[in-house]
Ligand binder design. Sequence first.
Ligand code: AFP
Length: 340
Amino acid sequence: MASETPSRVGITLETFILEGMMGHPAATGAFTSLLNQIGLAAKLITSKVRRAGLANVLGYTGQTNVQGEEVQKLDEVANETLIQSLGRRGHCAAIASEEMDEILVLQPDGRARYVMVFDPLDGSSNIDVNISIGTIFGILRRPDASLSVSEADFLVPGKELLAAGYILYGSSTMVVLTTGVASGVHAFTYDPTVGEFFLSHENIRVPEKGKTYSINEGNFGLWTEPVRRWNRWLKEEDKATARPYGQRYVGSLVADAHRTLLKGGVFAYPSDTKNASGKLRLLYEANPFAFVFEAAGGKATTGTERILDIVPTKLHQRVPLVLGSAWDVDAFEQFVRGER
Ligand code: AFP
């Protein structure tokens, strides 16, 4: 009888990474070190996020606190924390951040073979109301490390990602990480009493079909007709397909996508008359999540095209994003094609 792989639930993020991300060929010392630096940044940012509510006591952002120090905006703090953590070991040649207009070179010589994309604090308009926010990241290998690092290193399709994931600052802090389909998606929950992330959700699989949808429904009047028809269809009664679906929308991609990853269903931010190319950013939001969802057995599309196939033309490119359970994403595409 074939023996089952023993569960690793309970091991620390650091041990998990050191064990080689399940034999991923790219898991060299440099790559594992980079992943560990993300773990470190997650600890540093979470400690700042958890004190954010005290900004009201210590001084509002942009103002001077009782110690006479300028209180920095939390998304800037998260951005700087990531830059410092990733710059420390010299393995990251450059970063592209949602917070910065251009790439930032961290290591100009050819020894650094990786670049990173991130949205340091996504959903930041939710900070003031104490609702979940997150950090999203992706790691790419430089096509040719002997050339000077440039924007071209970042303008590659999401299917080239070596690793991607996010940090969710929710009721607990969680790091969700994957190096692709072969290694699966794993979540690590932070124990603040010992200052470690522990593997809590091993090999996450998105349910094949869900029963919730997540969308800013206030945009109904701005959507295209196929999107409106899909939305009305979700609310019709049909026992066989578990409709009507429930509606859940936080307005923080990390929170909405994380729930969709665990519970199934569909998250959508389609194009509309206000945002002709959608609202979310391809490099910092759509690609890392598409990589995570595909590695967990789900799908991610613009409605007409697989997200991970898109060749970016600029750093801050926006894209319509629909991700979730395979059945639910397929249904959205069928509406767009006029098949339903
Ligand atoms: P903020 O970072 O400005 O709060 O935007 C969050 C976000 O980029 C993403 O996390 C949400 O899914 C999406 O925007 C919400 O957009 P709407 O407010 O238009 O629904």
